[in-house]
Design a protein. Sequence first.
Length: 278
Amino acid sequence: MSPKSRLYTLVKAWKNKPFQEVRDACGEQWLGLSSQALEEHQSWSQRQAISHEPIFNAQGTKLTGSLFRPLLTATDTQLLRLFMEGLDASSYWYRSGRFIPGILPVPAHALASSAYIDALSDLVLNSRLPVGLVSLGIQSLPNSDVSAACKEGLLRMRRLGVLLHLMEFSGTAKELLFLEEMQLDGIHIEMGQFRNCPLPIEVITQAKKMQTEIYASNITLVKDLENANALGLEHCYGGLMMPLVSRHQTLHINDSRIAKAIFSLHPHQHLNLNGDKK
């Protein structure tokens, strides 16, 4: 490829880069989109921050998504800038030929704010990503005083093709009611809480009947992975599967080799005295 054609490719990629109209989408400084924030956004992309947590199928043989962890601790003024960063990563993977769904956690109080929902909607539309690549992670159930506004905000996002996930699902009656009412696309179960207590099989069965994808989070021990497999959960992520990576590193992930190694031993656990598989 000649230098001239490489320059053309770079210019074309920059022209098609999302978020060109971010200032118009929502320029209020209290929402975190000042000119300084935009400059920080660009420099952050250049630094390739280690902030994406890969998600795999239960056997570790396939990358099924990525959780953008900085949003879990974002302040109100950081929220939209970080949401842009997460969308930008999904766009980067998509333009590079990888269909990697990105989960972007957002606090319930922001989902109940029409100003935030307007801005998030504009950012999703401006990203031009296909349906299925953007998932909104609801960090907690909304309080009763903002529940109606939060549900309306979630419905607005769903009409844009955004999938809805509930983070840190523990199986309470209130969560199950919310799951059924909002028809959530995914729930995330923190597996550390089930190391020394019964597994919520009935809750998992009920969630599966609603055709909800179930994610096992915080997989840090082999026991966590075994529990997730026993429950028949579809997706797993945590330090045992793979630590946080940059968006460029995510692009080159195909499987979790640790999980594959663990599960490759399972067929050999049922041998008769002659060494033959039963």
